[in-house]
Design a protein around this ligand. Structure first.
Ligand code: MN
Length: 168
């Protein structure tokens, strides 16, 4: 059964991409300052952050609370599967080595998340796996900045006075 993933672009005190995977009924989450790369040579820092509720995967708008004030758009969204045959997703996260195949609107293919340090805010690296979806020339953060749900950019959401509710 495929599970959901979402990547939300979040213009908080510093712009980042929140990479979230549905695991056991919640969204396990990492903040990725530069966003995911399609180039296997680009290792992207991913800081593990708080779990979010599943419903949050569709959120677009402006937040002012504990997760960092600023505009949020759904930058990519879809399903994923665990590429680790022997372990559950929860087990791979616990072990600090996650392998997933994403089927999104912008991103497809395999990515690895490798934990590099522990503590209160564990740091990981998010790295494109070497498969036929790897493409060093693609830079979807700059060529496809808009929301996959509403078509809006994060600047449009930020300046939209009604931005707390996502438009249908
Ligand atoms: Mn965030």
């Amino acid at each position: 059964m495929p599970r959901r993933f979402v990547i939300q672009k979040h213009d908080a005190s510093s712009l980042h991409y929140d990479f979230r995977l549905e695991v056991d009924g919640v969204l396990r989450s990492w903040a990725v300052p530069k966003g995911p790369s399609a180039d296997p040579r680009q290792k992207r820092l991913a800081v593990e952050v708080e779990d979010h509720r599943l419903e949050y995967e569709n959120f677009e708008g402006v937040i002012d609370g504990r997760y960092g004030a600023g505009a949020v758009i759904v930058w990519d969204q879809g399903t994923y599967r665990n590429l680790d045959q022997g372990r559950s997703m929860a087990e791979t996260i616990e072990a600090g080595h996650v392998k997933v195949w994403l089927e999104g609107a912008k991103l497809t293919g395999g990515w690895t998340l490798q934990r590099t340090s522990g503590g209160e805010k564990p740091q990981w690296l998010l790295i494109k796996r070497r498969d036929d979806q790897a493409d060093a020339r693609r830079n979807p953060q700059s060529t496809q900045p808009e929301s996959v749900r509403s078509g809006r950019t994060i600047e449009q959401v930020a300046t939209d006075q009604g931005g707390r509710e996502q438009r249908k």
